[in-house]
Design a protein around this ligand. Structure first.
Ligand SMILES: Nc1ncnc2c1ncn2[C@@H]1O[C@H](COP(=O)(O)OP(=O)(O)O)[C@@H](O)[C@H]1O
Ligand SMILES: [Mg+2]
Length: 332
């Protein structure tokens, strides 16, 4: 087993919202998350919109404030406590940890050439000394991202969504990071192009030995890409497991509901897809006990009063549900 690159213990991100005559409220976007992302892994984070995935990813990049708990980054050279990171050490961390944006249309400045877009982080961080050095690095990374070198002189509007996403990926990789947060990086693309971009990310990960936190609301995308999956609901992790184990036996009722929302390929199975009922509750007014209890088909009194911990449930599989064992006998 390799070493963890990212480790969090009870990590929370709370926002204070409301101003003026409206009472201030605490919004717990991320609430007590403990996880470990091994070096070289492609770690998936799934959950409905509003579950806190983006905020967790941003906290790990020091782009959202850590309110409670801790997060560490540890590679061959450095061991960093992200909570207290500042000044030169924070600048250094920005080279090691990068974000690939969700929307390749919004992320790229229309007035810059592709070359300048990819080169900008190198220049901002002062990683290259001469223009020739910058150009060489840009060409190297563009080739890795399967961009045509001819295209470096053009502007981003000339490109399709898939090509734009390659440009964003090249920009994120140009500083030589170890850790990449890919937040819904294929959600805005046509299904036919999604697979291309996913393959590219996987190839790059293998070639460069990178570690990915791959955020997606779509469990079927995660299935084909990730080696580990964490399922998030209302700021908390409800289940984590190696992908194969999670898919073989989803244990949390929420995970099972996400699975049954995936359209089945089995023509005889069409009727069994049960939709997830209701909406995710407001994070400023969270349910007591298990946060999923308001939507769970298996709720009992205990679930309303006592919050289940995320506990090891055999091997590397962990689940936060009072009833997971007895529910194994119940068809999803
Ligand atoms: N900067 C912020 N200030 C206040 N609330 C925020 C902020 N960022 C995110 N939130 C809230 O945190 C919750 C989780 O959001 P987010 O992390 O974007 O979830 P996801 O990526 O899973 O859709 C949402 O209720 C969102 O409105
Ligand atoms: Mg998001």
């Amino acid at each position: 087993m390799s070493k963890p690159l990212i480790t969090t213990v009870d990590l929370s991100v709370h926002f204070t919202i409301g101003k003026g005559i409206f009472a201030k409220q605490i919004l717990k976007a991320v609430d007590g998350v403990s996880l470990s992302i091994e070096q070289g892994s492609f770690f998936g984070l799934v959950g409905e919109s509003g579950s806190g995935k983006t905020t967790l990813g941003r906290a790990l990049l020091k782009a959202a404030p850590i309110s409670e708990g801790s997060a560490r980054y540890e590679d061959e050279d450095v061991s960093l406590d992200l909570g207290s990171l500042e000044g030169a050490a924070l600048k250094d961390y920005r080279k090691r940890a990068q974000l690939i944006f969700q929307d390749p249309y919004a992320a790229l400045s229309p007035r810059m050439t592709v070359r300048d877009i990819i080169a900008e982080p190198l220049e901002v961080m002062g990683l290259t000394k001469t223009r020739a050095e910058t150009d060489a690095r840009v060409r190297e990374i563009a080739e890795k991202c399967r961009l045509n070198l001819e295209h470096l002189r053009r502007f981003p509007h000339a490109f399709s969504g898939g090509q734009r996403q390659r440009i964003s990926i090249a920009r994120a990789l140009v500083c030589g990071p170890q850790f990449i947060v890919a937040d819904e990086s294929v959600a805005a693309l046509d299904v036919s192009i999604q697979a291309d971009v996913l393959n590219l990310l996987k190839e790059i990960q293998n070639e460069m030995g990178l570690t990915f936190l791959f955020i997606s609301h779509d469990l079927s995308v995660v299935a084909h890409t990730c080696d580990h999956v964490a399922v998030m609901y209302l700021g908390r992790l409800v289940e984590t497991a190696p992908t194969r184990e999670l898919f073989a036996e989803p244990r949390h009722p929420y995970t099972r509901a996400l699975f049954s929302a995936i359209p089945s390929l089995d023509p005889d199975d069409r009727g069994s897809a049960q939709k997830l009922e209701g909406e995710i509750p407001s994070p400023t007014n969270q349910p007591s006990g298990c946060k999923f209890h308001t939507r769970c088909p298996h709720v009992i009194d205990r679930c309303r009063s006592q919050e289940p911990e995320l506990e090891k449930s055999g091997g590397e599989h962990a689940v936060a549900c009072h009833r997971w064992k007895e529910l194994l006998a119940v068809p999803a």
